[in-house]
Design a protein around this ligand. Structure first.
Ligand SMILES: Cc1cc2nc3c(=O)[nH]c(=O)nc-3n(C[C@H](O)[C@H](O)[C@H](O)COP(=O)(O)OP(=O)(O)OC[C@H]3O[C@@H](n4cnc5c(N)ncnc54)[C@H](O)[C@@H]3O)c2cc1C
Length: 351
């Protein structure tokens, strides 16, 4: 079978690259094993702000303006709503934070995203917030699990191969050969598993583990995402996503007693209602040493590409990152320098 592109990996990055190819009528195959990835476990929160320090995320406006209509249109195409616009209510810890919020919400880079008007603690008596809330507007939740499964069924049922790609079986020359597939180029979107990819394992993909809980809480509103020391985000049917831990040492997806205890302690600091824990899970975020994505072409092989390192903001960033990479691969349009893996070539790449 001959195709333009073989995509390896089908998390949110692989899906977004597939969608670029599909929308430009390029032929492609996606290969990924049937296993849960970081994209399946993510809360799917699309948030243009950093709520620890009240800053915009890097290139917030560009990513958000591309991502929101992208997910909304894609939902229509796969006939399932996958994007749910939801404000984030940031619990303010003290008077200093109230003041910081007021200052931040007047900054030009943030005024579109932060409501200047503070929200009173009395709005949500079920949530402990003696200093009230700051509201993030233009935020959303993308149901990544639903998106990934429906996209395969509706858009690429005959272009998806459910198996792990074995790098050692790949033949590279003018074409990429893998079993019976011949592709003009290959794009690796393997998330943290990229550390096992012999073509790109020179890159400083560090990874950070996140543990989460899914809880059931019958009386809590499903209209808002709450952000205290951790996120509490509605998932439908009175279930909520609670997370996450952040661990750079342990690179396994095993859940831990300490992780669960930490999450429960943080949750009980602000949720006053009774709840039941339904699930406890962990995955690894593909984080990079300089906190910027990893896009680009292999230093030696013209037709081997990478879309990785989307870190803690993969849902927000992947649509535009996939577009940038597509334009680079197909039309030779330069990548933003901060994203291009060339930045690491001198320091890390050895022949
Ligand atoms: C707990 C937690 C919460 C998060 N919450 C959010 C959030 O709210 N908002 C947000 O924007 N981001 C969030 N993130 C980050 C987000 O999950 C990631 O940025 C994003 O999902 C990474 O997508 P990816 O496609 O690069 O990698 P992954 O989702 O890890 O997908 C990699 C894919 O590659 C496949 N693969 C790997 N190796 C091979 C191989 N050899 N052959 C074939 N296939 C292979 C895997 O099976 C998988 O399909 C969260 C992450 C975690 C862990």
């Amino acid at each position: 079978m001959n195709v333009d592109t073989l995509i390896v990996g089908f998390g949110i990055a692989g899906l977004n690259y597939a969608e670029q190819l599909r929308s430009y009528n390029k032929s492609f195959i996606v290969m990924a094993p049937d296993e849960e990835s970081a994209s399946h476990l993510a809360a799917g929160i699309v948030n243009p702000t950093v709520l620890k320090r009240f800053n915009p995320v890097w290139k917030a406006a560009a990513f958000l303006e591309y991502a929101l209509p992208f997910y909304s249109n894609l939902g229509e195409q796969i006939e399932t709503q996958v994007m749910h616009p939801l404000p984030i209510y940031r619990i303010l810890s003290n008077i200093q934070e109230q003041n910081d919020w007021s200052v931040a919400s007047s900054r030009t880079s943030l005024e579109k995203y932060l409501n200047k008007q503070l929200i009173s603690k009395d709005e949500f008596p079920e949530v402990r917030a003696p200093f009230g809330f700051g509201e993030v507007i233009q935020s959303a939740r993308v149901d990544t699990k639903k998106l990934l499964s429906h996209y395969i069924q509706k858009m690429i049922p005959n272009q998806f191969i459910s198996e792990k790609f074995e790098h050692k079986s790949m033949i590279h020359g003018e074409w990429i050969g893998y079993k019976d597939i011949q592709a003009r180029q290959i794009v690796f979107c393997e998330g943290y598993h990229g550390v096992e990819n012999p073509y790109f394992n020179y890159l400083p993909l560090i990874g950070s583990k996140g543990e989460i809980l899914i809880i059931k809480c019958d009386q809590l509103t499903e209209e808002f995402i709450f952000k205290g020391p951790i996120f509490l985000s509605p998932m439908g049917d009175n279930t909520f996503w609670v997370g996450a831990t952040f661990d750079r040492e342990d690179k396994t997806t095993r859940v831990s007693g300490e992780g669960k205890a930490w999450l429960l302690t943080k949750l009980k600091q602000f949720l006053k209602l009774p709840f039941e824990v339904l699930e406890h899970k962990a995955q690894i975020r593909a984080t990079v040493i300089d906190r910027r994505p990893l896009l680009g072409r292999h230093p030696k092989h013209e037709n081997i590409y990478l879309l990785n390192g989307v870190g803690t903001r993969g849902v927000l960033m992947s649509p535009l990152l996939a577009k940038w990479l597509f334009q680079f691969v197909e039309n030779n349009i330069e990548l933003p320098a901060e994203t291009d893996i060339k930045r690491f070539e001198k320091q890390y790449f050895r022949n």
